[in-house]
Design a protein around this ligand. Structure first.
Ligand code: PMP
Length: 384
């Protein structure tokens, strides 16, 4: 049987392939976007896990929009206006998929920064969106390019990761946030604000979400994968209730609802008074790992390579002199270090600037030091 054309046109994920290679114990992987499993707040979930057997109702079919007590908690926690509501998804990745399927017809234009989150490009690729990119600066998207695209191409959506972008780690400035909000309102473009890394800020000051500047023209995706555990598979979509209704309809067809026992476990965790301390602990741990990685890279990178500081998230972006970053990453695997080449973060046809994405949350400081030695040796060798 032939697979659908839209799927046949979707390249297989390089990250999956490289993660498979990186499972070799002698390879140090800075390739994935994994939190450190030693930090998972399993003890804080234990009281709910141990009392789940007393709640048979959570093992019944549940409501598509999510487990009521969790939705109430989230509506309150995010201080949603009365025109807005929340729905729970199976990871924020499902939220993205539902948005794409509910709103995008083939050839509808979706704007993103370049480079961009691979999972978003895949989802929008599968619904055959016309993906148009604008360059990313250290402050966020290039605003002149963005306005030009909004003006001339009537996009339906602007998909963005303003806090600690995947893959670059860039955090948009306040001015950029305000201006993007204005542009979305002015040109009637819906902002899809994807914020899985927002709580992982370990330096600087938190800035308002971009959606606060265009509340009626935005949908927000949040994830508990990075601050609790990805295996729970719980994400949340918030936005104007009229925007969410079609998503609920699509989700009915996709999986009826997300796992209710896992939503109950998440609620118990969020209500545990020690949860905020848990977030502090992972921030401190990730900051130490980031600083260790950043310092050793700065001290030893060969000429032409550079790395930008970040204030949170999970990644740094190592820029390179002109080269084939895909070939380079493959060669670095021979040096027993796994990284992700920039080329996979650009849609087909866009010019990919040579760079590597390095993750700093899933390796110890000691492993990071060894990884930098291997990386620098490999880069020096290959780029000379
Ligand atoms: N958005 C971005 C930008 C991500 O980096 C990720 C995970 N890597 C996701 C969404 C999906 O996260 P999840 O489905 O685990 O909530």
């Amino acid at each position: 049987m032939h697979i659908a054309k839209s799927l046949a046109n979707t390249p297989s994920s390089y990250i999956r392939e490289i993660l498979a290679a990186a499972s070799d114990k002698s390879v140090i992987s800075l390739a994935g976007g994994l939190p450190d499993e030693q930090t998972f707040p399993i003890e804080l979930m234990r009281p709910t896990l141990e009392s789940l057997h007393l709640q048979p109702d959570v093992f019944q079919y549940g409501a598509t929009a999510g487990y009521g007590p969790l939705l109430d908690y989230l509506t309150d926690h995010y201080d949603l206006p009365s025109s807005h509501s929340a729905m729970v998804t199976t990871g924020s990745q499902q939220g993205l998929d539902l948005i794409a399927r509910a709103y995008i017809d083939p050839q509808d234009t979706v704007v993103m920064e370049a480079p961009s989150y691979l999972g978003a490009m895949q989802v929008f690729g599968l619904v055959e969106a016309n993906i148009v990119t604008v360059s990313q600066t250290e402050q966020g998207p290039d605003l002149a390019q963005l306005e030009q695209v909004f003006q001339t191409q009537q996009p339906k959506m602007f998909y963005a990761v303003p806090d600690f972008h995947n893959p670059t780690g860039v955090c948009w400035s306040l001015d950029t946030r305000e201006r993007v909000g204005q542009l979305c309102e002015q040109y009637q473009v819906t902002l899809i604000e994807d914020a899985p890394y927002r709580e992982l800020r370990f330096a600087g000051t938190a800035l308002p979400m971009v959606s606060t500047f265009c509340p009626q023209h935005s949908i927000v995706l949040r994830s508990f994968s990075k601050i609790a555990s990805p295996g729970l598979r719980v994400g949340v979509v918030t936005g104007n209730t009229t925007f969410l209704a079609p998503l609920i309809k699509i989700k009915q067809g996709a999986d009826l609802h997300s796992s209710v026992p896992m939503q109950a476990v998440l609620l118990g965790l969020l209500q545990n008074p020690a949860f905020s301390q848990h977030i502090e602990t992972i921030r401190t741990l990730y900051q130490a790992r980031y600083q260790s990685l950043y310092r050793s890279l700065k001290a030893s990178l060969p000429a032409g390579c550079d790395v930008r500081p970040v204030e949170g998230g999970m990644f740094v972006w190592l820029t390179l002199p002109e080269c084939d970053s895909f070939k380079l990453a493959t060669q670095l695997l021979e040096n027993k270090v796994a990284v992700v080449p920039s080329s996979v973060f650009y849609p087909a046809g866009a010019k990919a600037f040579p760079a590597l994405r390095l993750n700093f949350t899933n390796a110890t400081e000691q492993e990071l030091t060894i990884a930098v030695e291997r990386l620098v040796a490999g880069l020096t060798d290959i780029l000379s």
